[in-house]
Design a protein around this ligand. Structure first.
Ligand SMILES: Cc1cc2nc3c(=O)[nH]c(=O)nc-3n(C[C@H](O)[C@H](O)[C@H](O)COP(=O)(O)OP(=O)(O)OC[C@H]3O[C@@H](n4cnc5c(N)ncnc54)[C@H](O)[C@@H]3O)c2cc1C
Length: 490
């Protein structure tokens, strides 16, 4: 990366903002990060309530090599920052017909379990996973890790040849069906597309790479939860000389000669360059003057946003068996739920959902004899989430849990929830989505919003709504790319 001898203001202290602040400072920039909330981490982090701790958003620590690569860039390692435990089983699936599957950390052990669902499934799984690994290696090496400064950098015959080797044009569901017929095996290969903000029907088969992430690389837990990562990023940023200012909302940005004028907390300053970690749609609509926006409202309204979420955080007394650290409850037919997220936005009647019980692994999350439980139901972005709707969803979830896993009702001693309006008002996520722009074919790779704003010179973007995309490890990489974009221009 070129040296940067300029001051850079980073707007937002989510994973992308913290990551880019570290790379920028390491390249020589004088970096100030302004975060509107008192806490850093954005949607990632944790909160405490009545002696319980909860990861507020992300809880699956995936792609551990990306975190190693990040800390390695600064001469550190993950080990120095926090302890990491590999989970085994990685997670448990509860199908609502009564069937349960523990997904072991060892893919060989999983292959033999799959054979019970379908003759030949073990062989099919080996072939499927080998292909997923090849796609992962190619995608990371050629498309995700390298920073490409502009469109011309994508027009390269070698790169286009690599792109042809990626399964881009068919859907994930179509791809998985060529290996497995059993609907439960298809669900097992496809559920993680929700992590990318998509469904098996609108996500290209390229994202079969997520199966390599899930089954080969495994599911990990940082002791202390995602907060340990956020704390480590903040500590690293400060050690590199970044000034972190929390409780500092930015309420205006305007590009002018010499940089970008930043208004924050009733004060203003000129920054030669600004990197915004808030979603580009939000920055354009609320922070920039109309003549400095790259796109109009219609452009942003027509985008496919990933799901929002109904989140229920519970402090529970006593045992929560048979739940595991990560559990999924899936109706054998999940199509109606996907339709209610992407095609016909409405609250789900028979939801597929996820339960996180970190206290199964990490005693720091709950007092003795108690558990910290959070339930995440993916729902359509843009839904109205008044008290009555949240209360109804709470009843659906607790009834469903009692029927298919464990009855928690009489043992809840602490409770909070979050939903669409919290993501919209708290973080500026368009339509209150939780995850960012979905990874549909037309919102993948260079087709996602770029790191450089065009109409506001000196303004850059980082985070889940830019390139490469959604997820904690991917936002770490986004931070590197945004810093490289600044370095290329500085
Ligand atoms: C419920 C949920 C579950 C998830 N589960 C997982 C998971 O298990 N594993 C995984 O890898 N990923 C998961 N993700 C995705 C992952 O958390 C995100 O992709 C990632 O954390 C997004 O980071 P970001 O940098 O894009 O920004 P954000 O987290 O959106 O942070 C942006 C920051 O900018 C600040 N900001 C915005 N506007 C202003 C302003 N005007 N002035 C100052 N500050 C401002 C915000 O307050 C915020 O702190 C999950 C996300 C959610 C919401």
């Amino acid at each position: 990366m070129n040296r940067i001898d300029e001051a850079v203001t980073v707007v937002g202290g989510g994973i992308g903002g913290l990551s880019t602040a570290c790379y920028l400072a390491d390249a020589g920039a004088d970096v100030t990060l302004l975060e509107q909330h008192e806490d850093l981490g954005g949607v990632a982090g944790s909160f405490e309530m009545d002696g319980f701790r909860f990861d507020s958003g992300p809880s699956w620590y995936l792609m551990p090599e990306v975190f190693e690569r990040f800390f390695g860039h600064f001469g550190h390692s993950v080990d120095e920052a926090y302890d990491l435990e590999r989970l085994d089983p990685s997670y448990r699936i509860f199908w609502t017909d009564g069937d349960r599957l523990d997904v072991p950390a060892d893919p060989e052990a999983l292959a033999s379990k799959l054979e019970a669902y379908e003759d030949g499934a073990a062989d099919a799984f080996h072939r499927y996973l080998t292909h997923a690994e090849e796609v992962y290696e190619l995608a990371m090496e050629r498309f995700v890790y390298p920073f490409r400064s502009g469109w011309t950098d994508w027009i390269d015959t070698d790169l286009l040849r690599s792109a042809r080797a990626l399964p881009l044009l068919r859907s994930m569901d179509h791809h998985v069906q060529t290996y497995f017929e059993h609907p439960k095996l298809r669900q097992l290969m496809e559920y993680k597309l929700v992590f990318l903000g998509g469904s098996p029907y609108n996500t290209p088969a390229l994202y079969t790479l997520m199966s390599h992430v899930d089954f080969n690389q495994g599911v990990w837990h940082p002791m202390g939860g995602m907060q340990s990562l956020v704390d480590a990023l903040a500590e690293l940023a400060e050690a590199l000389g970044v000034t972190l200012k929390t409780g500092t909302p930015v309420n205006g940005l305007r590009a002018q000669t010499g940089g970008v004028h930043v208004s924050a907390n009733g004060q203003s300053h000129m920054a030669p360059r600004v990197v915004a970690n808030a979603p580009p749609a939000h920055v354009e609509r609320t922070l920039l003057p109309p003549n400095q926006r790259d796109y109009d409202d219609a452009y942003w309204d027509e985008k496919t946003y990933g799901p929002s979420a109904y989140l229920l955080y519970l402090g529970v007394e006593g045992d929560v068996d048979p739940l595991r650290h990560h559990s999924l409850v899936l109706p054998p037919d999940w199509d109606p739920h996907f339709e209610q997220i992407f095609d016909d936005p409405s609250w789900p009647d028979d939801p597929a959902y996820y339960i996180h019980v970190p206290s199964k692994t990490d005693p720091s999350f709950a007092p003795d004899g108690h558990h910290s439980v959070f339930v995440l139901v993916p729902i359509a972005p843009g839904l109205r989430d008044n008290d009555a709707r949240r209360a109804k969803m709470r009843e659906i979830v607790l009834d469903d849990l009692a029927e298919h896993a464990v009855d928690l009702r009489d043992r809840i001693v602490a409770e909070a929830d979050a939903c669409v309006s919290d993501f919209a008002e708290g973080f500026g996520h368009p339509q209150g989505n939780a995850l960012g722009l979905a990874h549909t074919l037309t919102q993948t790779g260079p087709l996602r919003p770029a790191h450089r704003a065009t109409e506001a010179p000196g303004l850059y973007y980082v985070g889940a709504d830019t390139q490469p995309g959604v997820g904690v490890p991917i936002c770490l990489i986004s931070g590197e790319h945004a810093a490289r974009a600044v370095a290329a221009d500085a």
